[in-house]
Design a protein around this ligand. Structure first.
Ligand SMILES: Cc1cc2nc3c(=O)[nH]c(=O)nc-3n(C[C@H](O)[C@H](O)[C@H](O)COP(=O)(O)OP(=O)(O)OC[C@H]3O[C@@H](n4cnc5c(N)ncnc54)[C@H](O)[C@@H]3O)c2cc1C
Length: 332
């Protein structure tokens, strides 16, 4: 094991036998390298730098593995010290508590590789690859199937778990299989039917498996200029209808039927309503934006206010699409 010399304080351990919970509680930053890897586990990393809302307190322990071996070692580490694991992709559908997250936060965005197979039209990608990046790349090759996803600022892993979708398409439409790492260290390949896909949800939500890779079926053969133009059109549409200029998590609530959440919130007169520095966006009422310096608590209070106001006026309780992680007052 190598121990970083560069950090302010270094765990005085050998073979990581010390109790990390005891050392993390001192609040001093520490860094430990996982045995046999070049992957560092750090303490007290503020997650506001890892969420699209730009809010969130510290991860008690934080790791960002670059390959499957380091990911496995991270899970082993958490198991050894009985640390709960929280997985973060691009953090674009998360509200992380100001108090932070206990246990080990595993950030997957550095798991990178991608392969466009011209024989099969299949794209196999690691969990940390960016969805918009892949949409542009596929369009540039003339491979149809991801152009709808260009405005979704997440990773492949997050999109597979959330069944991300836009413009009447979603991940379930193109997924061939997802590779997941189970808590016991085994790697399984799951098909869409095993993932139980429904609107913005899958069996993977709330589970303990980590998506490591996905294979998508695309259709090569379109003129790249034509596909790039369609992709650009989708992006422009999003920019003109949604507030991409301020930190947000996209749509906060799932859409009930027959009316969408945005319509209900707008009709309740809440557009522009603000708590602290969190505001119901003027451009799209199902977005809450961070106007600068908002806390997770501001955003949470606004979510609750919207739920109560909409319930009062329409007898509909809006269900959050955003995942809330860490300690918040009980919803209700
Ligand atoms: C401006 C904006 C626009 C958006 N527009 C859309 C849209 O049009 N359609 C849409 O569906 N969403 C949209 N979103 C929401 C978000 O981008 C998607 O839900 C996205 O799929 C989340 O991916 P992520 O990597 O950021 O996941 P995160 O937000 O980091 O995580 C989401 C959930 O997935 C879990 N997770 C993440 N990666 C893994 C993994 N590898 N293995 C296991 N679990 C994992 C997390 O634990 C968490 O429960 C938007 C967000 C923003 C900020």
């Amino acid at each position: 094991m190598t121990i970083s010399q560069a950090t302010a304080s270094v765990c005085s351990i050998s073979g990581i036998k010390s109790n990390p919970q005891a050392t993390a509680s001192s609040n001093k930053k520490k860094e430990i390298y996982l045995p046999g890897t070049d992957c560092a586990i750090k303490t007290q990393v503020y997650l506001s730098g890892y969420t699209s809302y730009r809010v969130g307190g510290p991860a008690e322990w934080y790791v960002a593995p670059r390959n499957l071996e380091s990911l496995r070692a991270s899970i082993e580490y958490a198991k050894t010290y009985k640390l709960p694991i929280t997985v973060l992709g691009a953090g674009s559908n998360l509200l992380v508590s100001d108090r932070g997250i206990p246990g080990l936060v595993v950030v997957t965005r550095h798991l990178r590789h991608r392969n466009f197979d011209p024989e099969t039209g299949q794209l196999t990608v690691a969990a940390g690859e960016s969805i918009p990046g892949l949409a542009w790349e596929a369009a540039g090759l003339g491979w149809v199937g991801l152009e709808w996803a260009v405005g979704i600022p997440g990773t492949v892993g997050g999109a597979v778990v959330m069944n991300a979708g836009a413009h009447s398409s979603c991940i379930a439409d193109i997924l061939v299989s997802a590779q997941v790492l189970s808590p016991d260290g085994t790697v399984e390949t799951l098909t869409p039917s095993e993932l139980g896909y429904k609107y913005r949800t899958s069996n993977l939500q709330g589970g303990a498996s980590i998506v490591t890779q996905a294979t998508f079926q695309l259709q090569p053969g379109m003129a790249p200029e034509q596909l790039l133009a369609i992709t650009k059109e989708h992006k422009s549409h999003r920019l003109s209808t949604q507030p991409y200029d301020k930190p947000s998590c996209g749509s906060v609530f799932r859409n009930p039927k027959p009316h969408g959440a945005g319509w209900l919130i707008e009709q309740t007169g809440l557009k522009g309503f603000q708590i602290g520095n969190a505001q119901v966006a003027q451009r799209h009422a199902n977005f809450i934006v961070n106007c600068g310096g908002a806390s997770a608590g501001d955003i949470f209070s606004l979510i609750r206010h919207i739920q109560h106001q909409v319930q009062e006026q329409w007898s509909i309780w809006l269900e959050p699409e955003v995942k809330m992680i860490g300690e918040f007052p009980a919803m209700g």
